[in-house]
Design a protein around this ligand. Sequence first.
Ligand code: NAP
Length: 448
Amino acid sequence: MRVAIVGSGPSGLYAVRSLLESSTTVSIDVFDRLPAPYGLVRYGVAPDHPKMRTVIRVLRESFHDSNDVGFFGNVAFGRDLTHRDLRDHYHTVVYATGTQADRTLDIPGEDLAGSCSAREFVDWYCGHPDTADRDFDLHIGQVAVVGAGNVALDVARMLAKGYPEIATTDVPDRVLRALRTSEVTDIHVFARRGAAHAKYTPIELREMGKLVNADVLVRPDELVVDADGEARMAASRQVRQNVEMLRDWSSRTPEGRPRRVHLRFLRSPVRILGAQAVAGLVVERNEPGDDGRVVGTGERESVEAGLVLRAVGYRAHPLPDVQFDPVTSTVPHARGRVLDETGRPVPGDYVVGWAKRGPTGVIGTNKSDAAETVASILEDAPRLVPPPYQAREHLRLALARRGVRFTTWPGWLRLDAYERELGRAQARERVRVADRQLMLDVSDDATP
Ligand code: NAP
């Protein structure tokens, strides 16, 4: 069976593994719009979390020579490759495209310079090719972060850490320079609900308490736990751990470290201040309502900020020729089988990861998620229609004829070695290359 996987992040590559582990003979091609593989493992996991990236060791095994697995990087579905192309070359197409866009706050001032999604900031420090020309001016005193999920903590932590803590990471050189000269002193992280409703996980929260360069400040009067919060604490150890940690911090005296992370609760953003660029954020105090909801009190406060990062979740874009549910921002499916507008499965089309279940869960969640989809594929396999063209070479030629400069697995290994070599000179494990052209040049199969 020939299988195309669109997206080389953890969900796509766990699907590859799951297919290889089955007793069916498979020939798989993995496509990615970026020249390098690994999706959010490379471009989402924070640079100071190298342990989380060790999953790469598992994911790359699929590309071992003994498996019939190809990689086509720098190939965008919908631009370089159509649904028709895929159906002409593969029995099965698995969409592992994740979420490409961000939720917005829809408040005045959101369009000001210096108001961005946390994703843009994450892309920047992870060396994403889409932000290779982007720079963040950190000669500002204060930053406001909106949201109480792990992404909010990631960006707050990266801003709070001192240069020595970042200097060993693999951030691109220009990011390291910006963080070295950062004048940020205060990072305000606003949760619209209470502490028992924060989405971040205790492991990530605990790290904030271990920052050598920053104090964590929590206000005791904001740690009100309502009835719904009490129920959540009783039901979940993680919620209890979060609230207990926050209570502990709220009773501590700050140690006078150079930076401060203010974890604020029951505060909704209502307006971003500034003329041309962001100057601050106005938040409204909320009171706990029913069922975990909050009610605005009308009482407002503003904080100065030269940068406002919204970390309020991701959403997906519809994929060309693939059904999309704009309400859940996912591809409608039944156990991974893509459904058409009448709710019937589209033969040969499948979905995994965030495109399937929305932007939730950790990297490992994708393993069971992919296994479910692969089980559906294997069940349907006897009924799948063979494609007219089954040779990988045929697709390679089609892409080449269109002038698509795609990268390959050996090309990625060259880029990987190149980044490690750059790192060696600075006693870092690697230095990310963000420039797409350079990524392509280094990955080029013609390069000796
Ligand atoms: P998330 O966990 O869904 O958190 C989004 C946050 O934004 C919530 O606190 C939400 O509050 C808040 N929010 C949404 N709309 C808002 C609005 N209009 N105004 C104010 N606040 C608003 O999303 P995420 O942080 O982007 O993370 C996505 C996924 O990646 C999660 O599964 C996360 O665990 C995972 N992740 C994991 C790691 C890690 O393991 N280290 C790192 C990064 C990301 P409400 O709850 O009130 O809606």
